[in-house]
Write a protein that binds this ligand. Structure first.
Ligand code: SF4
Length: 285
């Protein structure tokens, strides 16, 4: 970290990102180089993410007095799907490569140019990727050279700073340090992804639809209309039309989805954790 010319923390504002950010800040403070740290958020476009994600990412950065930068690809997620006439899939996550990686590449150029170094700049890119999330992520190294983004002008190192943490350990850090997390976790969702994520299981898509109904969001209509227009199903064997119909049926049977602030912590760590988190959050602000 001392050797790096800049440290870029890539954040979705999700639970793993906020813990990765906190750990990066602690490491940078210990190394005496907090001034090198910049927080980067990739905006996936209107109507794609849960309300308040970008603002939350900014608050999470500002808590430590860090510079906050937003990168965005033109058209966003929905524009990309409309143009291609297809949804991305798990094998070809064009959404991640186009909307996040390519958008960040422009930022690397800007940062390296602004540094004005004679030689190659060393940029340390930090991610909240955990090995426990999937087999593919388990195989990712903790530290590696990003050969795709590196060039003669810049060497990019990728650091998966919380690669070894479990989901419960992430929630423990959120409790212990009073880190602000997005309220959508409280309704039972485990990831702060796009409202409809192409790698989410069907159960999560149904839950997301019910959360949209409760919050009065138009994503279910917008996405199902797009699916109908392009004639390509959201996931192999799963249509969003079917997902939304299943969500409506569950709402009719069980009533609308309800949740309270702190339910995610309650679910993972118990009632005491909610009180502790509230105390720590109040002290941190
Ligand atoms: S959250 Fe899912 S759908 Fe959204 S960009 Fe990431 S992989 Fe793609």
């Amino acid at each position: 970290m001392r050797r790096a010319d800049a440290v870029l923390v890539h954040t979705s504002a999700g639970k793993d990102s906020v813990v990765a950010l906190h750990r990066t800040v602690m490491a940078a403070k210990a190394a005496g180089c907090l001034d090198k740290v910049v927080v980067v958020h990739a905006d996936l476009g209107p109507g794609t993410e849960w309300p308040g994600v970008r603002e939350l990412a900014q608050r999470q950065a500002e808590r430590y007095g860090l510079r906050f930068v937003v990168v965005a690809a033109p058209g966003g997620f929905l524009g990309m799907v409309e143009n291609r006439g297809m949804w991305p899939d798990a094998a070809r996550r064009l959404c991640t490569s186009t909307l996040k990686r390519d958008a960040s590449a422009h930022l690397y150029t800007q940062v390296a140019t602004a540094l004005g170094l004679d030689g190659q700049a060393l940029l340390l890119s930090v991610y909240g990727v955990r090995g426990g999330e999937s087999r593919a992520r388990a195989l990712k190294p903790v530290l590696s050279i990003d050969t795709r983004a590196s060039s003669g002008r810049r060497l990019i190192l990728s650091w998966n700073i919380i690669h070894d943490l479990t989901s419960d350990e992430v929630w423990q850090e959120i409790r212990d340090h009073g880190l602000e997390y997005h309220p959508v976790y409280d309704c039972g969702l485990d990831r702060l992804s796009c409202i409809y994520c192409v790698v989410a299981p069907e159960s999560a898509l149904i839950l997301a639809s019910r959360a949209c109904f409760a919050l009065g969001l138009t994503a279910p209509e917008v996405y199902t209309e797009l699916e109908r227009r392009i004639g390509h199903t959201f996931k192999p064997g799963i249509t969003l039309g079917g997902v939304v119909a299943a969500a409506r049926m569950l709402d009719a049977l069980d009533g609308p989805l309800t949740w309270e602030r702190g339910d995610a912590l309650r679910r993972h760590l118990g009632e005491d954790a909610v009180q502790e988190w509230r105390r720590n959050l109040a002290l941190a602000i």
